[in-house]
Design a protein around this ligand. Sequence first.
Ligand code: GLC
Length: 536
Amino acid sequence: MEGSSRESAGSNWWRSAVIYQVYPRSFADGDGDGTGDLAGVRAKLPYLAELGVDALWFTPWYLSPLADGGYDVADYRTIDPAFGTLAEAEKLIAEARELGIRTIVDIVPNHVSDQHAWFRAALAAGPGSPERERFHFRPGRGENGELPPNDWPSEFSGETWTRVEDGEWYLHLFTPQQPDLNWDHPEVRQEHEDVLRFWFERGVSGVRIDSAALVAKDPELPDFVEGEGPHPYIDRDELHEVYRSWRRVADEYGAVFVGEVWMPDAERFARYLRPGELHTAFNFNFMTCPWDRDRLRAAIDGTLAEHAPVGAPATWVLCNHDVTRTVTRYGRAEDTGFAFDRKRFGVPTDLERGTRRARAAALLSLALPGSVYLYQGEELGLPEADVPREKIQDPMYFRSQGVDPGRDGCRVPLPWVADAPYSGFGSREEPWLPQPEGWSAYAADIQAADPSSMLTLYRAALRLRASEPGFGDGPMEWLPAAPGVLAFARPDGLVCAVNFARQPAQLPAHSAVLLASGSLDESGGLPQDTAVWLRQ
Ligand code: GLC
């Protein structure tokens, strides 16, 4: 069977692709031990092919103590035994490709695990050693070096420096188990290019670059002073040379990059997407936008305007493994947007409203120009799960002293079969995160048989999108629409309309309704929080 999308065989596949994010720990458990694994993914490849995705992005599957869900990599050339083996990963990559599905792996250049051979060697070798130069080791401040070398705040709450036994401190923008690498060191650069090649040689088509804008540091590691020169560790100009060099490696293999770049400044963001740098970056402005017509329109216009000068296609993202699930976010009464600092326990949500909006948002994002990211379980309409405090594993929770629930609520193992233990996730015992009550109602098997389910909607939308060359990369044009309505045209007479207003809206002129996220009303009007695809 060849790929579903018109572009999946071509070199420009990534400009229009639908990319499905797999969080392997929670996708499917093939060996029954409570943790998802590669055997589980391989068994579900037919499901993914039927869904119609063009590529899978795997969050880190490498050897890791899992202090931050695998974003603490101990060895890039080994698959964590909890997930499988390298031979199995190779099989998975090949089997997926046979179904027309490409593979994207996750590389985490900012840091490694404290169990990585380099960091262990650095600890053993002591102050002043060449081994320590691959990291940021410094003496402390204060009379006896008892104070951290600078005042940088952590990306997760808590400290950014940890003192080791011999008195030196090392920098970690995330947890102490994730020491930051020194990107001024030639071996750090060489090693990452070797790792890229290692995975490209194994048939990988792309790489997601974790925390891409944090990697370079001011070599002086100065305190951060607002408004004084370039930021000491965010979005530094030196980064671009690193990614230009990575790009030369990727070009040898025809592989592509997607950068995790959180950057409110449109011009600075677009710099990462210049020719010769990254192919794409995640669109977090769209993801963090509340369900509001004007703000979404502004986010879409802003996205297209910032990408146009560099010729890069936009990406459209509603959810990932770091944020509150779409259905729950959109179901909240106010400020349905997302910010890490606003994540709190017990924020009320209306799941019916959230689901309606998530369905409409699916059709909206799949109709926009560019590629789309889909996070596992989004196609099932999963809400954010309440994970009991005593079961939480995410370091964000612990580092915030239990104020921030962290990200486990979007990482709960998927429900596959309603009438099976642990909703068919595959475990013989309770999975690594417990599934909440009622989880089996979202199971893929019952949704597959239900014409009104989220899964059925996604399957229909992906099938249509793949068969219509007017979707994906290309031009779009806003159409005049009633207040509260967004309507735009794509090539070949395709139209997408979304109604945000309370009163039903008249559909734009059309010859056929191709797909709707909910029922139209008796007189053919588009109800609130509903989207439709039309042919003019
Ligand atoms: C990225 C990842 C996140 C991880 C962090 C540190 O933001 O998406 O899950 O915790 O980087 O690697």
